[in-house]
Design a protein around this ligand. Structure first.
Ligand code: SF4
Ligand code: SF4
Ligand code: FES
Length: 350
């Protein structure tokens, strides 16, 4: 299994760059990020690459491997033919900073634009209660590690810089869907917002985003399509349209920001967001019972001062022993450290 393998790695910065050839030792069980680390330790010490966890959970090692957007730490070398040259390039949709590092701030700007969770005005933090079934519905979307592989893949922005202002991208469509399905989210215009402000209409459900998601989130089937169906319901179902006019529900305020009208939820919360046509909702969700009545939130148990109990503070047993031993004082003396510390006298090389 081990031995030298051929790699082509993109080197450069915002001024331009090129693919450079490397021959790197690869051992059994290694992933592409291991190869990049070996390259940094040998032939290319200045090769820039972002990573943190090496466990597929921080979402920072996103890159394109043989043209496919992937996590470097989750791409096993064994998936490639032994004689195959593996080409590693930066994400194409975002501006290059250097080598494999791109400027993904587009995504943070879109995150800031996305209206935050809006709890009911009559509930205090600590009073939020929701049923397990509702937790499970949005759990899939909360698995997102913000690797932005889906954002990078989406053809709406991949080669169309001009679409970026109007298009938030699949990562933020799942955020909108998650909040729309949240039983305690008081905003009733998530889908209209997605259509009017996040560019949901640009998406033609090619499912490319779903294909590359390392968390296997069914972005298109479970978020985008239900949102699109609800937009259509709201716009073209005459009964829903009439109802929305009469009750003036679900209207965006046009500001494009998070400042929206809040509604006080009644005694019964439904994760249909109580703004949708229940029949259409049921069809859209294929099997989910939108008619189910969910009990209203109950006040959490608090102490005499009105504060929530924090179990960690009330632990009735000692914590696990310190790996440093019980007699160690912190900070450790710098001369006992086995790594270079600024307070250590500099070590002269002979
Ligand atoms: S399904 Fe929509 S959001 Fe996903 S890649 Fe295709 S166009 Fe983009
Ligand atoms: S939805 Fe999937 S591909 Fe997109 S940012 Fe989240 S984890 Fe990455
Ligand atoms: S290094 Fe964290 S996801 Fe790859």
């Amino acid at each position: 299994m081990g031995g030298k393998r051929q790699f082509r790695v993109w080197r450069g910065d915002e001024q331009g760059g090129q693919l450079e050839n490397y021959e790197v030792e690869v051992n059994e069980g290694e992933v592409v990020l291991d190869v990049i680390h070996r390259l940094q330790a040998t032939d290319a010490p200045d090769l820039a690459c972002r990573w943190n966890c090496k466990a597929g959970k921080c979402g920072s090692c996103s890159m394109e491997i043989n043209g496919m957007p992937r996590l470097g730490c989750m791409t096993r070398m064994s998936t490639f033919d032994e004689n195959e040259t593996v080409t590693i390039t930066p994400l194409r949709t975002f501006p290059i900073i250097r080598d494999l590092v791109t400027d993904v701030s587009f995504n943070y700007e879109k995150a800031r634009e996305t209206p935050a969770f809006a709890p009911p005005a009559d509930l205090e933090p600590g009073e939020y209660r929701m049923q397990q079934v509702d937790v499970e519905r949005s759990q899939e979307f909360r698995k997102c590690i913000e690797c932005f592989l889906c954002q990078n893949t989406c053809h709406v922005v991949r080669d169309h810089e001009e679409n970026k202002p109007e298009f938030s991208g699949p990562r933020f469509f799942i955020r909108a869907a998650e909040l729309d399905m949240h039983p305690l989210d008081a905003r009733t215009d998530r889908k209209e917002y997605a259509q009017a402000e996040q560019g949901l209409g640009y998406c033609n459900i090619t499912k490319c985003c779903t294909e590359v998601c390392p968390e296997h989130i069914k972005i298109t089937d479970n978020a985008i399509i239900p949102m699109k169906e609800r937009v259509v319901d709201r716009r073209y179902d005459p009964i829903v349209w009439l109802g929305s006019k009469i009750f003036r529900r679900g209207q965006t305020d046009g500001s494009g920001t998070g400042a929206r009208r809040e509604e006080t939820l009644g005694a019964v919360h439904s994760h249909a967001g109580h703004s949708h046509d229940p029949r259409a909702e049921a069809e859209a969700e294929r099997g989910v019972n939108w008619h189910r009545q969910v009990p209203g939130p109950q006040r959490a148990a608090v102490d005499a001062r009105g504060r929530l109990p924090i179990s960690e503070f009330a632990f009735d047993r000692p914590a696990a022993p310190s790996p440093f031993g019980d007699d160690v004082k912190f900070p450790l003396p710098t001369d006992s450290l086995n790594y270079a510390h600024p307070d250590q006298p500099s070590q002269q090389q002979d």
